[in-house]
Design a protein around this ligand. Structure first.
Ligand SMILES: Cc1cc2nc3c(=O)[nH]c(=O)nc-3n(C[C@H](O)[C@H](O)[C@H](O)COP(=O)(O)OP(=O)(O)OC[C@H]3O[C@@H](n4cnc5c(N)ncnc54)[C@H](O)[C@@H]3O)c2cc1C
Length: 448
């Protein structure tokens, strides 16, 4: 039995599972390219797919998402500063890259195959549907063979979810029957997590309320409040102390309440519970408290993992460690949030680290395909370019061992820096256009 794939050389089924089929993405008939399979289309996977030399590799990306999400812009998309399309890039937009929409289920390191479960429904069973019989269409799990593999499936957010600024809260608060107390509750926005993502979201939300919502809903202006909860005493724990103080002062001036040292013990549909005692009502909750392991990495066998985070331990060239031999693998790489160096300091889970790892891995793959050996290739070094968090529309905080900036200079650097990362020309044109539109006409509050 054969499975045909548009970009695949069809090869016989490998009968490991009764329901699993094997296909190869190789174009060996056209040359002697190696098969590179990349798991994930995030900061790590997408950048390897873009940067690796396609003359040397036949590349296939496996990911449930057919697009790359530009995460630093997500907070802006939730309040209408940017359109969601500005924060995405299609995987199929990368030239000479094949794409399989699916979840990696498992890896057989000995046979060099990845088991993939399609992330799309099976095609309709036309004949039976027309005959009015129950459909027998079922999802086929299949396998992809690789010569080289890059694992970049990231982590899951620990109960993270930005449902978008819920315009319903505003419309509900505008109903004539709603009391002032109800308005205060409906317009209380609770942000849980004082890291860069939670802080940026609170800042975007504050600007949105004060620059746009006050204009559109003038009767509600006095009822808004934003609270930022964190279990640590201060927000932005990884930032320089002076910038932390700068952000906290800015929030205090803006009446964004910082609730440091708050342990949230339970969350209901419209309340959160502090320390198992006080229940605080809210109209909208945004949860941004860090990362939890990807279940695929959790169940992966044969590789060493960090006991606490379940990330894949990697050697100096970003190759996972074989659990049995204790030695780094030679054909598999793990990059981004799903990995952690076995030796040396732990690296932050950021887009900056993932994209530097992607660049390094692309170069390493090129050197290997040209006949080099890992031992001769320089180990991966992360270069800290600084970290950044939006505090308001015209002020940014930046910290790092190179720069300690705040204010307008940081704002310019922030915008220029992100525009250079992983963006196609379409978005390089669109993003400044949307920023200008939001600046001149206010944010777009339409919900479809
Ligand atoms: C809202 C938000 C804002 C952020 N802002 C910043 C910022 O301003 N600066 C910064 O440096 N960092 C930021 N980060 C962190 C940064 O986005 C991550 O560190 C980065 O995305 C990690 O890249 P990655 O490739 O490891 O994983 P991801 O980018 O998470 O990509 C993982 C990919 O793997 C896919 N996948 C998952 N499971 C499977 C599977 N089983 N099989 C195949 N594919 C799978 C996913 O669909 C996804 O495409 C932000 C994160 C968030 C959530």
């Amino acid at each position: 039995m054969l499975l045909r794939h548009p970009n695949a050389l069809v090869i016989p089924r490998a009968a490991r599972h009764a329901h699993a089929r094997l296909f190869s993405t190789t174009s060996n008939i056209l040359g002697d390219k190696q098969k590179l399979v990349i798991l994930g289309s995030g900061w790590g996977g997408y950048n390897v797919a873009r940067q690796v030399d396609k003359r040397l590799y036949d590349v296939t990306v496996v990911s449930p998402n057919s697009y790359f999400s530009f995460t630093p812009f997500l907070a802006s998309t939730t309040v209408g500063t940017l359109e969601y399309r500005c924060a995405t890039e299609p995987v199929r937009g990368i030239k000479q890259v094949n794409y399989a929409q699916g979840w990696a289920n498992g890896i057989d390191f000995a046979r060099k195959t990845v088991e993939v479960e399609p992330a799309i429904p099976p095609p309709p069973d036309f004949a039976r549907d027309i005959a009015g019989k129950p459909s027998q269409a079922k999802q086929e799990v299949y396998e992809i063979g690789y010569d080289k593999l890059v694992i970049a499936v990231g982590c899951y957010s620990a109960s993270f979810g930005i449902p978008g600024v819920s315009k319903e809260c505003l419309e509900q608060a505008s109903l004539p029957s709603v009391t002032d107390d109800q308005k205060r509750t409906l317009l209380h926005f609770a942000v849980v997590g004082g890291g860069p993502t939670g802080v940026e979201f609170a800042a975007e939300l504050h600007d949105f309320i004060h620059q746009d919502v006050r204009r559109l809903y003038p009767n509600l202006a006095d009822f808004f409040s934003i609270s930022l909860y964190d279990v640590a005493p201060h927000i932005l724990g990884s930032f320089d102390a002076s910038l932390r103080a700068y952000a906290e002062q800015k929030f205090a001036r803006d009446k964004v309440k910082i609730k440091g040292g708050s342990k949230i013990t339970a969350v209901g549909p419209d309340w959160l519970e502090l320390e198992g005692k006080e229940k605080v009502p809210y109209g909208m909750l945004v949860w941004s408290t860090g990362l939890s392991p990807n279940p695929f990495i959790q169940k992966l066998r044969g590789v060493s993992k960090d006991e606490k985070t379940q990330s894949l331990k990697v050697g100096p060239h970003l190759t996972p460690i074989d659990d049995e031999t204790g030695r780094p693998m030679s054909d598999v790489f793990a990059i981004g949030d799903n990995c952690m160096p076995r030796d040396g300091p732990k690296l932050p889970a950021t887009a900056q680290v993932a994209s530097q790892m992607a660049k390094y891995t692309s170069k390493t793959l090129g050197a290997l395909a040209r006949g080099g050996s890992l031992a001769a290739i320089e180990r991966f070094h992360w270069r800290n370019r600084g970290s950044m968090a939006l505090v308001d529309r015209s002020n940014k905080s930046i910290s790092g061992f190179r720069s300690r900036l705040a204010g307008i200079s940081a704002w310019i650097i922030w915008r220029s820096y992100y525009m250079t990362l992983a963006m196609g020309w379409r978005n390089k044109i669109l993003v400044p256009m949307y920023w200008t539109l939001a600046f001149v006409f206010g944010r777009d509050v339409t919900r479809f």
